[in-house]
Write a protein that binds this ligand. Sequence first.
Ligand SMILES: C[S@@+](CC[C@H](N)C(=O)[O-])C[C@H]1O[C@@H](n2cnc3c(N)ncnc32)[C@H](O)[C@@H]1O
Length: 277
Amino acid sequence: MTIKELLARKLSPEELALLPTSFDIMGNKEKAVAVIDIPKELEKKEDVIAKAIMKKHRNVRSVLKKASPIKGIYRTRDYVLVRGSKKTEVVHAENDCRFLLDPQTVYFSPRESTERLRMTEKVREGDVVMVFFAGVGPFPIVIEKKSKPSRIIAVEINPVAVEYFWKNIKLNKSQKIEVLLGDVTGNVEQFYGQCDRVLMPLPEKSVEYLPDAIKCLKPGGVCYFYCFSGDDLDEKKEKILYIAKSIKKKIRFIGVQRVLPYGPRVHKYRIDFELIQ
Ligand SMILES: C[S@@+](CC[C@H](N)C(=O)[O-])C[C@H]1O[C@@H](n2cnc3c(N)ncnc32)[C@H](O)[C@@H]1O
């Protein structure tokens, strides 16, 4: 039975039409947390909705309601526990890896698993990979698991995320990842000119860190720049070119990937560009 069918007798047809079409589940077969967006009109029915989710997905031990947009440097959001356990730390299984995390204290999106897998196809044997804004480590850990880099450097500013990242390195027996706790700004100069790949998964603000990303690349190295945009990416590309030029570097665009929908006519995009010199 679907969740809609489970709720058919508890919600009016109008209320059923307002139910979100999807929600995130983080965790594994033993323990998971569901994260839902409850429209204002359904707030009085949120417990019934949470109960239906837990009936349908027997592994879901807690249902959290989004209570704010993603915000702040750490890119986390506020949640309200609608039903279930207060203990929302889970081990999320993805791409043959496992990630210990608590969605209440760190950023993690299960929707980005396909993008992580795509990135593993870009990495070649022996590459030095730099991951800015690494969170609890999903990009570095999946890349090490599926590709053959020689070294991965990861930078993350949220100390709680870094604690999880270290635990996830152990959990996945990763051996090539070096984690730097701190701001990208001021911590990556030592890697200038040394990286074959630089990932920038902070779409709201990647642009501010472009000079450091470009300087980390070797000639021929590739930067993976994430941003939110409509389908016309010209403005973003011009900005990237302008920044490269301002630090006397030459780049060329080599690809664009539409990653995920973000809002009406807005998507998360990845723009790939190569350092020429
Ligand atoms: C959108 S999340 C992505 C996390 C991770 N890459 C993932 O895919 O799950 C961005 C991350 O960047 C971190 N962050 C934000 N500003 C930063 C900065 N200036 N230096 C280092 N990390 C930063 C945040 O704490 C957050 O964990």
